[in-house]
Each structure stands twice: as structure tokens, then as C-alpha cells.
Design a protein around this ligand. Sequence first.
Ligand code: UD1
Ligand code: MG
Length: 447
Amino acid sequence: MSTALIILAAGQGNRMNSDLPKVMHELAGAPLFAHALHSGAALLPERVVLITGHGAETVEKAALALDPEIIVVRQDEQLGTGHATLQAHPALQGFSGDALVLYGDTPFISDETLSKIKQARHTGSDLVVLGFEAADPGRYGRLILQGDTLEKIVEYKDASAKEREVTLCNSGVMCLNSDLLFDLLQAVGNDNASGEYYLTDIIAVARSRALKASVVTCKQAETLGVNTRQELAAAEVQFQAHARAEALENGVALAAPETVIFAYDTTLGRDAVIEPYVVFGPGVTVENGARIRAFSHLEGCHVSRGAIVGPYARLRPGAELAESARVGNFVEIKNTQISAGAKVNHLSYIGDAFIGEATNIGAGTITCNYDGFSKHHTHIGAHSFIGSNTMLVAPVSIGDGAMSATSTTITGDVPNAALAIGRTKMQIKPGLAQKLFEKFKAAKKPD
Ligand code: UD1
Ligand code: MG
């Protein structure tokens, strides 16, 4: 049975106290709504519809950058979750299958839970709602059961004292045939404490038509929704704890796991060693046995087996380290391929470059890749030696087995096996230091 995702992301989120729309706030390096998308992707949806409203332009741009196939639909006025879901109707014309509704501010629904929901759909339930036993049910909607059958969902504001005692709560995730969803939504009104069209009211409508509704449950941690900065911070803590535990289970060495920050898509190989205080931005892969030393920051890069990075290194997007490459302290690498066994060990900036096999880049070397308008490429061949404090004014190409003398400014191509030297000749002035010291001492005014 094919699936369409409907992700509700139009809400204001004014409790975040921010100019950003709520679903654009980042969790583990990705906007909140991207986590809901990521969860739903496990069901290989045929269509994905994202309902936007507050900050629609920003959300839509980010969504289409993640996946150009997403259908974005505006909900101009936020009249409730039922009204929001109804906006997906035109986008699902011609689709036949299940609609799965997810909330853009609920990032942790797991693949296992989604497949449990699908399973329940295939074993006789017309509607399936994801619920959870809440330690503190607070203001969540309550699931009212009769035996195994879900009779209705009551919002906290509308619930009786007895209904408020129920601890089985609504997560917001729901799954049912797409045509049926829109049919039931037509029958939902807004005669309730909030004056909103509630998605949750479709259960009672379905029951009045003798349809079967059931509940699948998951851990409360999966249903955590973000409405405040406190909740966002709590979500980050939850994400990081999970990512660290998973890394350890996968055979990654973390001496101080609580100091390492992961992104939603960090991939670490077995026996990779991650020292304390390492931060992973999005798009990082570290292969088996590579070592990331303390206080390094990595983003959009790939570190191969046996490579060593840091301490205090920064790998920016497009940094590609081949096997056994070395990037040492206070080195920044951007959009650069460092071939096998090459070393950039101290105090360098290498951007928009290719460094050949086993080449050594001396301390303080810099690729001058930017002229204020355009970026230019630097090519350095294999087995070359770039002396300390070399300035490489790009575009420039250095051959294999070449050498640059310390403090040379390279402004033209250097052939294979050649030495480039470009610095003023050193002079010795015997006794001049001593004379100058005396002169300065005599000229010094008393304090
Ligand atoms: C909703 C559920 C409640 C459940 C809780 C779980 C309803 C009526 N209530 O309540 O049963 O326990 O979630 O967290 O569904 N949204 C729109 N357009 C709107 C209104 C909301 O897109 O007009 C989006 C929001 O951006 C958000 C999601 O829908 O992503 C949920 O809306 P929210 O207002 O947070 O619902 P709750 O009151 O939390
Ligand atoms: Mg909410």
C-alpha cells in the first residue's frame, strides 16, 4: 500500500520568542521539520506534502533544498490541525493509498513505530493513531478507548475532569486512507474551546460511521514535541544521548561521550577514535580507525581510514582526506582533496586545492584562493615539499616532487622536481644589534 506524508508545519511557535518560524529551529544541525521528513522517509512515501504558514517562504526554501520533490502548500490562516491537513487535499488528487500525518515540530518518531502503524492499518483498522502513556499528561489530547477501539480524542481544553484523568495521550501521528481522511475532515466543525478545526475530531466522526479506529503506542521520548526553547534544548540533549550511545554500540571509541556533539547524519566507522570536545556539523563521514583529536570541528567532509585530524582542526565542506592523511593543529581545510599520506600539520589554511600523495605542507602555508570576487584553485602534485610560510597565490599549479623554499610567495606554476624560491636575501651586520640596544636604552625616558 503506497503512502503519502502530510507534515503540518504552519504553526507560529510564538513561545520560541524568535524571528525564525518554529520548524526552522535547528536540532542536531537540521531544521526541526527535516527530522519529521527524515522519519517519514522510512516509509518510501509516494508524495510528501508540507503545510506551511508562518515564515512560509523560509520553510519552503529549506524544504525544497532538502528535496525538490516535496509539495509545499500554504495554510494562510492557522485555523487548527484539521484545517491544516485539509489544505493537502488538492496536492493528493489522484493519489490512492494511506495518508500519514506527522507534525513538523515532533522530531523523534522512529522507523519501528511507523512500521507498527502500517502493520495495524493492514490488520483491520481503518484509522490508526499513535499514542503514548504520559508520565505527566499535561495539556495533551486524551485517547478515549472502549476495549481496543479508540472512540474519540478529547483535547485537554474540552475534556471533562474524568477524561483528564486518562494518561494515554495523542502524539499527533495518524494514518488512514487518504480519500477517507479528506471525507472525514469535511464533517469536522470548530465548535470547541479553541474555536479550531481539530484533526483529532475525525475519530468521533469515523466511529459514528462504524469505522474501526485503533491505537499503536510508543515511548513518550519519541513523541516529544517542541514548543519552547526549553523543549528544543531538551530535544537536543535527547538526540545527543541517543547518538552517543549508538556510536559506542557501533564500535566507535569515545573517551568523553558527553562532550562530543553529533549531527543528524554523522557517520562514524568502527574503531574510529573521537577524542573529547569534537563537534560534528552536517554531512560528515569518518571511516574505520580514523582519529579525530580533541577540539576539532568538522562539517561536510570525509575522513578516510587511518587519517588523523586535530587537535584544534577545522574541516569545512568539501574537505576530503584520503587514507593516512594528516591534518594537525590550527589548520583549516575547505573544498580540498588531501591525498593518501599527505600532511598539513600546523597553522595552515588550505582551500579550493588538491594536494598530491605524500606531499608535506609546511607550517603556516596558506592558499590565497580569493581575490575578493572569485575563488581560485591550487594544485600541488605528489611527493612535493612546501616550505613553511609559503603563500600560494591561486590559480597556481605545482608539479610532482617539487619544493618551495620557506617564506616563498608562489605566483606562477612550478614544474615537476623544481625548487621555487622567492624571498629577499638575508644579510648579517656584525655588532649592529648591540649598537641599537645601547641607542634605544639611552633614548628611553625614565618611567
Ligand atoms: C496537538 C493535538 C493533541 C496532541 C498534541 C501532541 C490537535 C487538535 N491536538 O495539540 O491532541 O496531544 O498535538 O503534541 O490536533 N499546525 C498547523 N496549522 C494550524 C495548527 C497547527 O500547521 O492551524 C501545526 C503546528 O505547526 C504543529 C502541529 O500542527 O506542527 C500541532 O499543532 P499544535 O498547535 O502544536 O497542537 P497541540 O495543541 O500541541
Ligand atoms: Mg504542539
